[in-house]
Write a protein that binds this ligand. Structure first.
Ligand code: NAP
Length: 354
């Protein structure tokens, strides 16, 4: 049981990111003081949406300069904090050098943040953003699990520098965190393992992989047919809430699958078409798997033939019951998430009518 003093500041890494923006927003709305170590604390433009939220709430935000790759750079921001929420990690599906671009910032960054936790006596709990990607690599693994469903007991076994390196980075980073937690007894660790995040960001300039994928549903890129990628989908705001609850629920422990719905790209396209009709380039049909296998690698380097063979048209199934039981999660309807995210892209001019 770990009781966090709500008056103590909460440190959140990656505050400029899509997910952490909502974590910070919810903390500020609840009146907390947030310590936000970011790479560019002097970049007022990048911080303007966080500052606007802080100005309208009882909470306060203080920025510090830190980088996942700079040893010791998180100590100052962490001073006096009892709760540390570590979300910062690169999320790119397409990278030139997986070791340098993904593994090093994810793993060395987690080690760097947790070395600071070891050095700063006030810290009692760390909530780490891991991923479903730390639990499995390809959908073909899922049917072979007991009950044919992913639970918190599994780790991905096949991700590597050459196959799904992002999933590899998330597994290595989470395992490093558990190793460091077990080597001491002052602070505990709770992980949040979300599936694919969707839903509007805190400002109209939000970027990242979740935004890139949603944009493709409306800008005509998938007009010839959407690939039948079977994925877990969850609202970014629900996952932010899971982080806050994981921080302040004394009995929270271990890993938490935070995935609202077992779904797929064709269902997502249908939900968007039902709401927005033919006005935008929302795909109307599903692309045949053999065409994606053939042309996928030419369109997107992350879409290797192995990835296509093992994932397209193969069901995704995850058990989110621990998050419901332990963190009281109630996942908002998937239609709401998709429609609000798409509308955000329309409002910010990134998806235009045909
Ligand atoms: P995002 O918008 O790209 O945010 C990533 C954050 O990490 C940014 O604030 C970025 O800072 C920071 N960061 C990256 N490299 C850094 C470095 N070297 N030093 C300091 N900060 C660094 O990504 P997101 O989608 O919100 O993802 C946040 C977390 O959720 C990640 O751990 C990701 O693995 C996890 N996750 C995401 C999804 C999803 O579908 N999006 C699903 C499951 C798990 P800058 O602004 O300075 O670049």
């Amino acid at each position: 049981m770990t009781q966090i003093n709500p008056m103590a500041p909460v440190m959140v890494t990656g505050a400029t990111g899509y997910l952490a923006g909502h974590v910070v927003k919810q903390l500020l709305e609840a009146g907390h003081t947030v310590h936000a170590p970011v790479r560019s604390p002097d970049n007022a433009d990048k911080l303007k949406y966080l500052n606007a939220i802080a100005a309208g709430t009882q909470g306060q935000i203080k920025y510090f300069k830190a980088d996942l790759l700079d040893e010791g750079s998180y100590n100052e921001a962490m001073a006096g904090c009892e709760l540390v929420i570590h979300t910062a990690s690169p999320f790119f599906l397409k990278v030139k050098d997986p070791q340098k671009d993904l593994i090093e910032p994810a793993v060395n960054g987690t080690r760097n943040v947790l070395n600071a936790v070891n050095a700063i006596d006030s810290v009692k709990r760390v909530v780490l953003t891991s991923s479903m990607a730390a639990i499995y690599t390809d959908n073909t693994e899922i049917a072979k699990k007991p009950g044919g469903v992913l639970t918190e007991e599994f780790w991905n076994e096949t991700a590597s520098l050459t196959h799904s390196p992002y999933a590899f980075s998330k597994k290595l980073a989470e395992q490093e965190a558990w190793k460091m937690m077990k080597a001491q007894d002052r602070w505990d660790l709770v992980t949040i393992n979300p599936s694919f995040l969707l839903g509007p960001g805190i400002g109209p300039e939000t970027q990242g992989e979740s935004y890139s994928v949603m944009t493709q549903f409306g800008d005509g890129q998938l007009a010839t047919g959407v690939p039948d990628f079977r994925v877990g989908v969850v609202d970014v705001r629900d996952v932010a809430m899971a982080h806050v609850r994981a921080g302040f629920t004394p009995a929270a422990e271990g890993r938490h699958i935070t995935s609202g719905y077992d779904s797929g790209f064709p269902e997502m396209a249908k939900m968007l078409r039902d709401e927005f009709g033919d006005k935008y380039g929302i795909p109307k049909s599903t692309a045949p798997k053999f065409l994606i296998w053939l042309f996928g690698p030419m369109i997107n380097a992350a879409l290797t033939r192995t990835v296509v063979s093992r994932n397209v048209g193969v069901d995704f199934k995850a058990d989110n019951s621990k998050s419901v039981r332990e963190l009281g999660m109630e996942y908002r309807p998937m239609e709401t998430t998709l429609v609000e995210h798409f509308q955000d892209l329309v409002d910010s001019g990134r998806i235009k009518a045909k």
